[in-house]
Design a protein around this ligand. Structure first.
Ligand code: BGC
Length: 271
């Protein structure tokens, strides 16, 4: 049985930030499979972004790659202008770009703190602001979707699980939780749906060291009740659902796609 309901998002136009690798690339693939035209944003890996564009086009989809640093206002504005000029408008924003710069707390530099907040939080603000402006300019197209636009903020289980050694990252994701909910509350009456996905441990380059060796994998699995590491497409499927009218009444929600990581696995035996 195909996992993606045939062309549920046909005719819609999406922008995926940080779309050239990891979770972003899987979401771009899944959206394309569901019939969306996809703008794939990347920061520096133009080659990977283009490969993904080629792959989507070879499968009969439509895509293009667009470079921008999501933490820079002018670059974000230009990226939205380009995408909107190309396709007339945008219907879906996947605010996915995110980084980790890990450090023990007393060694964490201001630069590491600022950079993570700039990409993971300010980046979501800048992109969501352009998306909301465009949704309001364009108005509702009932044949395309019951909502005027959909924003999915890529968060993390670390929006609620504290994470020693990653204080900047966890702080940025905790902030994304309230950013998402406050924005959702502000724009819901305009028929704009804002939600978040909080992935657990998904097999991507960002956490390679956590699954690369059998020992690391064994340790990681202790934190996952479902006893498997997530695959990028687990998030791709969730994003398609959250962007589609199948979830039309879902507003300001965080969908934890984490194999149960947020269920305090230690308490299965303890407590
Ligand atoms: C982090 C990964 C980590 C996962 C679960 C994600 O948000 O980016 O490095 O493996 O959370 O801890």
């Amino acid at each position: 049985m195909p996992l993606i309901i045939e062309k549920t998002l046909k005719g819609q136009r999406a922008l995926v930030t940080g779309g050239s690798s990891g979770i972003g690339a899987a979401v771009a693939r899944a959206l394309a499979e569901a019939g969306t035209r996809v703008a794939i944003n990347y920061l520096s890996d133009a080659e990977d972004a283009q490969k993904l564009v080629d792959e989507i086009q070879a499968g009969g989809g439509e895509a293009f790659a667009v470079q921008a640093d999501v933490s820079r206002e002018e670059e974000v504005k230009l990226m939205f202008e380009l995408a909107i000029k190309r396709w007339g408008s945008l219907d879906i924003l996947i605010a996915n770009a995110g980084i980790q710069l890990d450090s023990a707390f007393t060694e964490m530099t201001l630069a590491q703190w600022d950079k993570v907040l700039a990409v993971n939080l300010t980046g979501q603000f800048l992109c969501a602001r352009e998306a909301v402006k465009e949704f309001l300019r364009r108005g509702l197209i009932p044949e395309l979707s019951s909502a005027m636009g959909k924003i999915i903020c890529m968060s993390s289980v670390h929006d609620i699980i504290p994470w020693a050694g990653h204080v900047n990252y966890a702080a940025s994701k905790g902030a994304v939780l309230m950013f998402m909910k406050s924005l959702a509350q502000e724009v819901a009456h305009q028929r704009i749906r804002v939600n978040a996905i909080s992935p657990g441990a998904i097999r991507t380059p960002i956490n390679r060291s956590a699954w690369e060796t059998p020992e690391a994998e064994r340790e990681l699995l202790k934190l996952i009740p479902y006893e498997r590491i997530g695959e990028p497409m687990d998030i791709g499927h969730a994003a398609v659902w959250l962007a589609s009218d199948a979830s039309d009444y879902v507003i300001g929600t965080t969908l934890y796609v984490d194999g149960g990581m947020t269920l305090y696995p230690g308490f299965r035996e303890g407590g």
